[in-house]
Design a protein around this ligand. Structure first.
Ligand SMILES: *Cc1c(COP(=O)(O)O)cnc(C)c1O
Length: 478
């Protein structure tokens, strides 16, 4: 494919784009997660703010002073929201992964500066988000994973204590964890961090913005924010429950001296001096402006109203799901994330049937160590008035599966049963990918493929997924 020899007109170009757009199941409230919209005027505010500042470049805060001001105000509001002390600071980033990576980098360099011998280690509960493993891989930090309480899915503090070594720099807790929607015992983790002179990062990417509202609505969970003794940093996404388009998160530190290890400068070259607080250098002002605008538009009262509506939906979902025979909510949700187990049911086929029957998007989660496979709901404001139709379809899909009407993908499981997974070479892997219908980035029979992936050892599954994504992103050819 070549760059078109002749440019199109504006109208032709826009028409081409519109053709590609397709439907928006998220706009109809059929998608749990992915797209977080507050309300319609809030969406217009975020879009207008993005447009107004889309071309401004956050590279140089002196040239675009509004962006420096937005950042300092968004961070100040975030710090206040999360119980920070007077010495606290923070940075605006492009997303949760960047926020977490920066916190891990700051912790690594803080430890190295104190004379800890590398490779630096961090101790994570098994439920910590994969972005910590990505940070570990990118930053040369070792991730030491500890089991969680098998009944409550929260961090096991004594297991984490036992995993601490001379190289440990950082402990990690989630508020809440993505997979099960529960808050780790952060006060106990804070006490452990203080006792051992370690840093403690709280992954509040998905929940820290909303948890304070749920607490005011009477939901009980452990204290988790920067006011907890021992917590040294926290990450919080605004592009999730802050209801702005993607590209908006903050990482906050209780102590400016720690944040200094996050910053990067370089002036020893013949060009402009690089003075970068975060990973991106040139960056659009759009997401930051949208975050600033959304905080002003929704305000505490607006966010509280949305939280109340979300809580009503979550309560009804939990009640409705538990009433369906064979399904059970795995843990009382701290906010809006619900994991659901199927007893004698295949959750992978269930997810596919829900899509077929009602156009619902829900996620299966693989079994992990002792934690069973399940499906996951991230309840967003658009879902709120779709709860009854969702529950009705869910009950119908469960009933259909019980009556044995499950669709079969055609013996895939039998086909791979004979393979020696431990010594799978590249050719055998390619064959397996073809058998699963994953070649060329395709994904047919998703329900059965997931069932098979679920049964594989994680290391083999990762190799398959890597090959899959490698095939998915290949240049378009004529
Ligand atoms: C979404 C999420 C992340 C990663 O954030 P991205 O914005 O997708 O990079 C990290 N932790 C938790 C708990 C999350 O839900």
């Amino acid at each position: 494919m070549k760059i078109p020899a002749r440019g199109l007109s504006k109208d032709q170009t826009l028409a081409l784009l519109a053709e590609q757009r397709g439907g928006s199941p998220w706009a109809e409230g059929k998608m749990f997660s992915f797209v977080f919209l507050g309300d319609e005027p809030g969406r217009e505010v975020a879009e207008a703010a993005t447009q107004l500042f889309l071309w401004e470049n956050g590279l140089d805060p002196l040239v675009f002073p509004a962006l420096a001001r937005f950042e300092n105000e968004v961070v100040a509001m975030s710090l206040d929201h999360l119980g920070a002390g007077p010495e606290a600071v923070g940075s605006f980033t492009s997303g949760g992964t960047e926020s977490v990576m920066l916190a891990v980098k700051a912790a690594r360099d803080h430890a190295l500066a104190r004379g800890v011998e590398g490779p630096v280690e961090m101790v994570l509960p098994a439920t910590a988000h994969p972005c910590f493993h990505k940070a570990a891989a990118y930053l040369g930090v070792r991730a030491i994973v500890t089991p969680v309480d098998p009944a409550r899915f929260t961090a096991d503090v004594s297991a984490m204590r036992q995993a601490i070594t001379d190289r440990t720099a950082l402990l990690v807790g989630s508020a809440p964890s993505y997979a099960h929607g529960v808050v780790d015992p952060i006060p106990e983790l804070g006490a452990l961090a203080r006792e051992r002179g370690l840093l403690l990062h709280i992954d509040g990417c998905i929940g820290a913005f909303t948890l304070p509202f749920f607490r005011r609505l009477g939901v009980e969970f452990p204290d988790f924010d920067l006011s907890v003794p021992g917590v040294t940093s926290i990450s919080m996404d605004l592009h999730k429950y802050g209801y702005v388009p993607k590209g908006a998160s903050v990482v906050l530190y209780n102590d400016a001296a720690l944040r200094r290890h996050q910053l990067f400068v370089f002036s020893d070259w013949p060009g402009y001096s690089i003075v970068n607080p975060t990973v991106q250098s040139s960056k659009s002002g759009g997401p930051l402006a949208a975050a600033w605008a959304a905080l002003h538009y929704y305000g505490d009262d607006g966010l509280m109203a949305i939280a109340r509506a979300l809580k009503g939906a979550v309560d009804r979902l939990v009640e409705g799901i538990d009433a369906i025979e064979g399904l059970s909510v795995m843990a009382p949700p701290a906010m809006t994330l619900i994991a659901v187990r199927g007893e004698g049911l295949c959750v992978f086929s269930l997810c596919e049937e829900m899509k077929r029957r009602g156009g619902w998007y829900i996620h299966p989660q693989f079994r992990s160590g002792p934690l069973p496979e399940n499906f996951h709901l991230t309840v967003v404001p658009r879902n709120v008035d779709q709860i009854e139709p969702f529950l009705a379809d869910l009950a119908a899909c469960v009933a259909a599966q019980r009556e044995g009407k499950r669709r079969s993908g055609g013996g895939l499981a039998e086909a791979i049963a004979g393979l020696d997974l431990a010594s799978l070479d590249d050719a055998a892997l390619a064959g397996l990918i073809a058998q699963l219908g994953l070649a060329g980035g395709k994904l047919e029979n998703r329900g059965e493929v997931n069932q098979i992936l679920n049964a594989l050892p994680a290391a083999v599954r990762d190799r398959l997924l890597l090959a899959y994504v490698d095939a998915l992103f290949r240049p378009a050819r004529d």
